[in-house]
Ligand binder design. Structure first.
Ligand code: HEC
Length: 171
């Protein structure tokens, strides 16, 4: 892994680890992305809670993938499952950001105004993430651990790319 990629994926892991709040401890080993706030439409009022829960799930999925890939005998079935969760979360992600659901309404939100004022840029980093998640999922389906190890840095980096531009500082 190139140092730059390594740094970014470490940053992504730290960002994930630093996220405190109301997650229950069961989330740590449960597959990500299947939380309780899952049904019904995303509204300005519930958007932050939905984002919080779904992003936590994405963090759990990425952590589980990296943990498996670091081990000597990765659980490929688990990696496939988490990669699938990341793809489906990635497909839904734009719908978690209805206009007006930023920090004006949700004090704890770190969503930057640029998500809406520069929506083309946000769509680009989102599309890049989705593409990375989908190609990682294809590698997971094929089951080649070395290829997955090679691709995991770019996957984490594609999370970080969006956070760099569209997520504000910690509150
Ligand atoms: C297209 C943009 C985008 C992508 C891609 C993205 N995120 Fe985020 N993420 C955000 C934004 C914006 C927030 C802040 C949301 C808020 O506070 O309202 C956030 C918040 C988070 C949080 C904090 C949740 C909380 O409420 O405490 C975690 C954890 C997280 N993201 C993990 C990830 C992981 C892991 C990936 C990739 C697998 C990822 N994100 C991909 C934009 C993105």
């Amino acid at each position: 892994m190139k140092p730059a990629l390594l740094a970014v994926s470490i940053a992504a892991i730290i960002a994930v680890a630093a996220c405190s709040g109301r997650e229950d401890s069961a989330a740590t080993d449960a597959p990500g992305g299947n939380g309780a706030v899952s049904s019904g439409p995303v509204t300005v009022e519930n958007a932050y809670d939905i984002r919080h829960e779904r992003f936590e799930g994405m963090g759990d999925s990425l952590k589980a993938i990296n943990r498996e890939l670091k081990g000597s005998a990765p659980d490929v079935a688990r990696i496939r499952q988490e990669a699938g969760s990341l793809v489906s979360a990635g497909e839904q992600l734009p719908s978690w950001f209805p206009a007006g659901s930023g920090p004006d309404v949700h004090a704890r939100s770190r969503a930057k105004a640029e998500i809406w004022s520069d929506n083309a840029g946000f769509s680009r980093v989102h599309a890049n993430f989705l593409q990375q998640a989908q190609s990682f999922q294809r590698l997971a389906e094929a089951g080649d651990v070395e290829q997955m190890r090679g691709a995991s840095g770019a996957l984490g980096k594609s999370c970080g790319n969006c956070h760099e531009s569209y997520r504000g500082p910690e509150k």
